[in-house]
Design a protein around this ligand. Structure first.
Ligand code: TMP
Length: 210
C-alpha cells in the first residue's frame, strides 16, 4: 500500500480552491485511495468555532497576534484530532489551506515576522509538513472579482487590493523556496486547462509515491 500523503491546496480568494479540492478527491478515489477532505481554519468543532471568530465581523479590530495564535490553536486541534489520526490509519488527507496560508496572510499580508511563524509551526506541528501543495495562482483583481460574486465579504475579504497583492506575492515566494513540494497552477486559464493541470499534478504525485 502507498504511504498516506498530506496534500494541501492554497491560493488567494477566488482562485478556485473548491473545484480543485473536488477534483483531487475524485482523482484519488478513482485510484482506490481512501481520503479525508478537511479545511483550515476549521475541521474540528473547536476549529470551526475559531473560524467563525476569525472570519466574522464581531471582532473586526482583532490584533494581528491574536489572529495568528487562533490560526495555530485551530491547527493544533486539527492535527491532533483529524490529520494525524487519518494519516496513521492510512487515509490521505486533502486540506483546504494549511500553514502556508499563515505565512502568506499573517506573514506577508499582515507583516508578522516570518521567523515567529516558523517558531509556532515547529511548536504545533513538530516535523509534520504537507507532502504536496497545489498553489492556484490568479491575478488579484480576477480572484477578488470571482469571490465578490459569491457571498458577503468575510473579515479577510474586506481587506483592500494591496493586502492581497502581498499575499499572492508571498505564496509565489513560498512556492519558489520549496519547488519539490509545490506545484503552481495558473488558475486564470480556462477551467478545462486548470483541471487538466490539477489532474496531471495529482497523477504524477501518486505515481511517484506508488
Ligand atoms: P477560505 O479557506 O474559505 O478561503 O477562507 C479562510 C480565510 O482565512 C482566508 O481569507 C485565508 C484566511 N487564513 C489565514 O489568514 N491564515 C491561515 O492560516 C488560514 C488557514 C486561513
Amino acid at each position: 500500500m502507498t504511504r498516506a500523503a498530506f496534500i494541501t491546496v492554497e491560493g488567494i480568494e477566488g482562485a478556485g480552491k473548491s473545484t480543485c479540492l473536488e477534483l483531487i478527491a475524485q482523482r484519488l478515489a478513482a485510484r482506490g485511495i481512501a481520503l479525508q477532505l478537511t479545511r483550515e481554519p476549521g475541521g474540528t468543532p473547536l476549529g470551526e468555532q475559531l473560524r467563525a471568530l476569525l472570519l466574522g465581523h464581531k471582532h473586526d479590530g482583532m490584533s494581528d497576534d491574536a489572529e495568528l495564535l487562533m490560526m495555530f490553536a485551530a491547527r493544533a486541534e486539527h492535527l491532533q484530532h483529524v490529520i494525524e489520526p487519518a494519516l496513521d490509519a492510512g487515509r490521505w488527507v486533502v486540506c483546504d489551506r494549511f500553514t502556508d496560508a499563515t505565512y502568506a496572510y499573517q506573514g506577508y499580508g499582515r507583516g508578522i515576522d516570518l521567523a515567529r511563524i516558523a517558531t509556532l509551526e515547529t511548536w504545533v506541528q513538530g516535523d509534520r509538513r504537507p507532502d504536496l501543495t497545489l498553489l492556484l495562482d490568479v491575478p488579484v483583481d480576477v480572484g477578488l472579482e470571482r469571490a465578490g460574486r459569491r457571498s458577503a465579504p468575510d473579515r479577510f475579504e474586506r481587506e483592500a487590493q494591496p493586502f492581497f497583492e502581498r499575499v499572492r506575492a508571498g505564496y509565489l515566494e513560498l512556492a519558489r523556496a520549496a519547488p519539490q513540494r509545490y506545484r503552481t497552477i495558473d488558475a486564470a486559464q480556462p477551467l478545462d486547462q486548470v483541471s487538466a493541470a490539477i489532474v496531471a499534478a495529482v497523477d504524477a504525485f501518486v505515481d511517484a509515491r506508488s
